[in-house]
Design a protein around this ligand. Structure first.
Ligand SMILES: [Zn+2]
Length: 418
């Protein structure tokens, strides 16, 4: 730890010493930057015009770029107290108002900690406003073993801080694909995934609710572990579909996808009753996912797990039975009735699935046994939109990504964002 801390400490000490030398002011690109006299091997104010000067992130970055190069803001960590961010090369460190602005040239590790009262510390720099780490071209940032090439914003939040990456859309997709689908799968399946993930992302950007970020880096949005790691197949899939999205009646829609549909997908309302039913999300047949072990499954869930969920819907007592109350034509349960010694409740199967960990709501059999609850079913996930195992099966069978998308999002068009 000590060694990794030394570099930033030296750098900041040097920065403050240099700043204390009453440096003359230089105008660059409409901004005033204080330029240090002399050059330190560790830190200096950006000098050369060809070096990209960091933008002050005062305006929403997602609104100022062309859609194909849109910046997405991804929440990497929420309410962290400490973080160590490695940089493989030069990195710029600055605050949004540019009152603090440094360059660290040598690779190293930057340690961040929350000081409380809305303050954060990085090296010797303390701030009550965000600190931005902008990697130079070819520099990668590593946090929590994930590799990022976008800017990382460290945003004070009470007695903690958030880490938010601002990454170009296509770079973001490099970091989504390998965690939503195996990078070893055929290129055409990966391309279908790239178009679906790109569409899902841009649709999500229409409904941003959080001030500091657009997307989570987990299943609440899409899995994302940084766009800095190189997977040739993933790069090819993203690059060869650059800017391509799915539309219905000229508009983006939520291109849901899931691991395995168990032989057929369902209407979006089977899983989300409040969603608008549109043709591309109305269900499709799938003859291509039987090779996967997710196609048919059996599993046992403890009484405790079911009862813990029952408690959240106001049902106490000991478990007596679970019955399918309603299901779709394809056999996916939309509602289950849980009966205990104290009464019964009919609940949405989707919520029950997430709470208990059953693989899908395509349940063929459920029986409450003495020590557990036994389920038998088909598929993995919510069963709406693209079936990933099916996409894999179609690609292996020689179908291209357009055919795959056409099968799982019937009636949708592939459009190019400009
Ligand atoms: Zn399927």
């Amino acid at each position: 730890m000590k060694n990794t801390l030394r570099a930033p400490l030296v750098f900041f000490l040097a920065a403050f010493l240099l700043a204390a030398c009453a440096a003359p002011s230089q105008k660059r690109g409409g901004q005033n930057f204080s330029a240090a006299k002399g050059e330190s091997p560790v830190v200096s104010a950006p000098e050369t015009p060809e070096e990209k000067l960091p933008d002050p992130p005062s305006q929403d970055p997602s609104s100022k770029n062309a859609p194909a190069d849109k910046t997405v803001r991804v929440l990497l960590a929420e309410k962290a107290k400490t973080a160590e961010i490695k940089h493989s090369g030069r990195v710029y460190v600055y605050t949004p108002d540019l009152s603090k602005k440094y360059k660290v040239s040598a690779p190293g590790t930057l340690a961040v900690k929350a000081l409380g009262n809305g303050k954060i510390q990085l090296g010797t720099l303390q701030a009550a406003q965000p600190i931005i780490l902008e990697p130079a071209k070819d520099t990668l940032l590593t946090w929590n073993k994930n590799v990022y090439s976008g800017k990382i914003f460290i945003i004070p939040a009470g007695n903690a801080f958030h880490l938010v990456e601002h990454a170009p859309l296509e770079t973001y997709l490099y970091g989504v694909l390998p965690y939503e689908m195996s990078y070893t799968w055929p290129l055409e399946a990966l391309k279908a995934q790239a178009v679906a993930a790109r569409t899902y992302t841009l649709k999500s950007l229409e409904n941003v609710k959080n001030k500091n970020f657009d997307l989570y880096s987990d299943v609440r949005s899409q899995m994302y572990k940084g766009g800095g790691k190189q997977f040739d197949s993933v790069r090819k899939a993203v690059d060869e579909t650059r800017g391509q999205v799915l539309t219905h009646e000229g508009k983006l829609f939520y291109t849901y996808y899931h691991a395995n549909c168990g032989g057929g997908t369902d209407d979006v309302r089977s899983w989300n009753p409040g969603a608008a039913s549109i043709k591309p999300l109305s269900g499709a047949s799938c003859k291509y996912d039987a090779h996967s072990k997710s196609h048919s499954w059996q599993m046992n869930v403890s009484h405790a797990k079911v009862l813990a969920y029952a408690k959240t819907v106001g049902l106490a007592g000991t478990l007596k039975s679970i019955k399918i109350a309603r299901k779709t034509d394809t056999g996916r349960a939309t509602n289950l009735t849980i009966r205990t010694s104290k009464g019964s409740k009919t609940v949405a199967c989707g919520k029950f699935r997430l709470a208990t960990g059953i693989r899908s709501c395509k349940i063929n059999k459920v029986s409450v046994r003495k020590n557990d609850v036994h389920f038998e079913g088909k598929g993995y996930g919510h069963g709406v939109g693209m079936c990933q195992d099916g996409a894999n099966g179609m690609a292996k069978g020689g179908k291209d990504y357009r055919k795959i998308l056409k099968n799982y999002y019937p009636g949708a068009k592939i459009a190019e964002i400009k």
